[in-house]
Design a protein around this ligand. Structure first.
Ligand code: 8YV
Length: 328
């Protein structure tokens, strides 16, 4: 019988990363990449000392019910709203995530969505694909909104928010932000960003980008009332989490042209997308790919593996979330 610790890799990862894990661990992998049912996830976790998971795996009291030997669940994701951290702590299971390594790729993508929405890139592409280029007016269609020298409003000024702000400076944008906690003077200076309250941001920004973590507090942070404060020429980008925007209210507002356009990478109840959003041409839809470059996905997996290896070697994982488990 193998004396190697057993681990679970809950979704498909790069074959070379899997092979390297197999040198040290007895690995139950899921290269078929089908999301485990709640019952199957509980059964799998019951048999392992560590697990590598993605946002698709909900780690709560139920998932942990039979996991008597589990020491760590390492998320391959910076956001960890798929974790019930108190339940993990009670069960003595370390929770880790992958901060920093995806900041730049995700900030790039936030900008890409903003540009695509403002300049109607995907909508125009459909004109070409549908053979309608010759039916487009040279002067009027499709006219977009500028980014350069406009006001960029960022809600959530963590690492990714600050990365977006710095990109905005390169476009000559006036950057304003709102965050639970105001940045230090030196960080504000580095981002060239001015702190404002949420309502002022929504009123003044030409482009609003959401980068706040999901929590009960941020649920429907942007709904009909907030959208009503925005300019009719403004764009809204959500690269944070589904549920931060009320997608039904956003679809209504886009349909009624209360704002100019939106760019979404995340959705309430994804992988389902609100059916009204699918009908609209003034929204750019991406399937939760903000961090999806090969370099970044490899860096995320590497960091998650470092977290897992450390925990199983009795060391402190580099990005431990429930640090109280370490102080004991
Ligand atoms: C992941 C993300 O692709 O890191 C995050 O918080 O949203 C993405 O980078 C996703 O969560 C899959 O785990």
């Amino acid at each position: 019988m193998s004396t190697k610790p057993r681990i679970l890799v809950a979704r498909a990862i790069f074959p070379d990363a899997l092979a390297s894990l197999e040198e040290s661990f007895e690995v139950k992998s899921n290269q078929a990449d089908e999301v485990f049912s709640t019952d199957n996830l509980r059964k799998e976790l019951a048999q392992v000392a560590g697990a590598l998971v993605f946002g698709s795996e909900r780690i709560d009291q139920n998932a942990l019910a039979d996991a008597k030997n589990l020491k760590i669940v390492a998320n391959i994701s910076v956001g960890y709203n798929n974790f019930d951290v108190p339940a993990m702590t009670t069960a003595g299971v370390m929770a880790t995530n992958t901060p920093d390594v995806l900041t730049d790729s995700t900030a790039d993508f936030g900008f890409a969505l903003m540009m695509a929405a403002a300049r109607r890139i995907t909508e125009s592409e459909h004109w070409i694909r549908n053979g309608q280029w010759d039916k487009m007016s040279i002067v009027y269609n499709p006219l977009g909104m500028d980014l350069h020298h406009t006001t960029l409003g960022i809600i959530g000024m963590g690492r990714i928010g600050q990365g977006i702000a710095k990109r905005g400076l390169g476009f000559g944008m006036n950057v304003i932000y709102h965050n639970r906690k105001r940045l230090s003077e030196s960080d504000e200076k580095a981002c060239g960003a001015r702190y404002v309250d949420k309502e002022t941001l929504l009123r003044e920004a030409d482009h609003v980008v959401l980068v706040v973590p999901y929590s009960a507090e941020s649920h429907h942070l942007i709904g009909a009332k907030e959208i009503a404060l925005m300019k009719s020429t403004a764009t809204l980008v959500n690269i944070a989490r589904g549920g931060i925007v009320d997608d039904a209210a956003l679809a209504e507002a886009l349909k009624a042209k209360k704002i100019f356009a939106a760019g979404l990478d995340v959705y309430e109840g994804e992988p389902k997308v609100h059916p009204e959003l699918l009908k609209l041409s003034n929204v750019v839809l991406a399937p939760h790919i903000a961090s999806a470059t090969e370099k970044t996905r490899r860096a995320m997996i590497n960091l998650a593996v470092r977290n897992l290896r450390a925990a199983l070697a009795g060391e402190k994982p580099p990005s431990l979330i429930n640090t109280e488990l370490w102080k004991k």
